[in-house]
Unconditional design. Structure first.
Length: 158
């Protein structure tokens, strides 16, 4: 069970960018920035660029889903950043409105066991309006099975 925690949602956690504790080239390529990660909560931001847009010239759903996924994963790992990684087992997403301007994803750990984490996240636009919401289930892993009998270790940031 997760106890009551200080909120990152009230005042924005940090105005400065933090370093992601793991190396994820896809997240780096999207330009997602980590602005908070502690006490079962996380905050990510991205200032939308043309490469993030769909044919309607708003945030592509894949960008928002990635923000939700990473925000939940970071919330799941927030109390033990040097511990195991997580893999998404299941994710359910609802889109409420188009994402425009700077987007913020706020993740929260709802419950954890020794091997699983249950989380939720929201994407807000620059006016603070809800654009998307997700719930997700994550498995804590020390390594990922690869081809054959090999194991792929977690790639930590340097």
């Amino acid at each position: 069970m997760v106890a009551s925690r200080p909120s990152l949602r009230g005042e924005c956690a940090l105005s400065t960018k933090l370093k992601f504790p793991v190396h994820v080239p896809f997240v780096e390529r999207l330009g997602l920035e980590l602005h908070g990660c502690a006490h079962g909560q996380s905050e990510l931001r991205v200032d939308l660029q043309e490469s993030h847009l769909n044919s309607w010239e708003v945030a592509h759903g894949g960008v928002m889903m990635t923000m939700l996924d990473v925000a939940m994963a970071m919330a799941a790992r927030s109390d033990h950043l040097d511990g195991p990684g997580v893999a998404t087992v299941e994710m359910k997403t609802s889109f409420m409105r188009p994402g425009e301007g700077e987007l913020r994803a706020l993740g929260q750990l709802l419950h954890r066991t020794a091997t699983m984490a249950f989380c939720e996240a929201r994407v807000l636009n620059s006016e603070g309006e809800l654009c998307a919401h997700a719930t997700g289930t994550f498995k804590y892993l020390r390594a990922l099975p690869g081809k054959g009998r090999s194991l792929k270790p977690l790639q930590r940031s340097e």
